[in-house]
Design a protein around this ligand. Sequence first.
Ligand code: NIG
Ligand code: FE
Length: 410
Amino acid sequence: MSSIAFANIGSLVTNDESLGADDSADKRIGERSHAGLVVEHGRVVWVGDSADLPAADSRVDVGGQAVIPGFVDSHAHLMFAGDRAAEFSARMEGKAYSAGGIKTTVAATRAASDDELAENLLSLIAEMHASGITTFETKSGYGLSVEDEVRLLRIASAHTSETTFLGAHVVPAEFAERGPTGVDEYVSLVTNQMLSGVAAHSKWIDVFCDRGAFDVDQAREILTAGIAAGLAPRIHANQLSNIGAIELAVELDCASADHCTHLSERDIELLASSNTVATLLPGAEFSTRSAYPDARQLIDAGATVALATDCNPGSSYTTSMPFCIAVAVREMHMSPAEALWSATAGGAAALRRTDVGHLGLGAAADFVILNAPSHQHLAYRPGVNLIGQTWRNGKLITPSGQIKQGHSHD
Ligand code: NIG
Ligand code: FE
């Protein structure tokens, strides 16, 4: 494979402190101006001043625009059929969001063919690429039977290595209607037959630990079974209420605790002193008209914060990371640099990945050329499509930009 030199980058965000300019405002994002970048074999092999660019097989002139690491979306639910636009409209007219709406999507998903599910997934992936996402995670959780959970994860695993078994999303109607006995039977199904069936296709295990879903003891039992089967834990925590999910997340060393909408001071301290990333999902508060968590408090306490889309048909039907960044800056009190870091390096930390989320030497050559001179425009110009080109593993995957290229590479 040939090498490509990217010249004339107005502002390059690397998320590698050692590559940033000494006078940059937020050192963590490793930003430098008038930069150049060389990629080869799908990796970053050189970063420096554009004027010093070494020779390469081909050259792309970025024309003074900004280049940022590709977004790492560490939390999405892409395996579903149908939509719930009517439920969204009802909410905007005052109806409250509840976990119960998940059952509508479960019915539509069970009725869909493998081809329909794969097609829906592919169209969401195309949207993600167009929004600058180069790595994404997806959960199951709208099948809730052994057969359906297995097929969701089998289809997903053909498109991403970041697959998450969320059989414990809610208790499906056929079990819930039998009361506590049915609930116990469902937990047992999840931790036994369902887990064995999905294990080959799943990297992670997740539980929706909240009011109307699973309590802390059930979540512990399910996550522990997943860990024993070789899956790594993550958790939906404190979206609708605080039932103690953060303590469990830290106890089990979950890679991330996601949502974090309702946090106590103690939860913030626990997250700050752990390896568990606090993943914030602004699209969910936006679409359920809920109060936003305060990222400022988490960051100031020393917690690692990730931003993700939570793309799903119920509570956050967006694949746009720039939208999430804009909302996080405006409503969660993050600086534009912090939000960018959280949507890239933060997402990588939430997936415990070191190869993505930054453009340090040796990193995957996953990046976005913006139609803007600085990453700050992502929040400063909300709702405007600023994604010029998305490159993944050194290859252009979304060629919708206006960037002038030099002679093309083979
Ligand atoms: O992350 N919180 C649980 N699961 C999804 C919502 C699912 C749905 O409403 O369909 C979420 O927001
Ligand atoms: Fe979610």
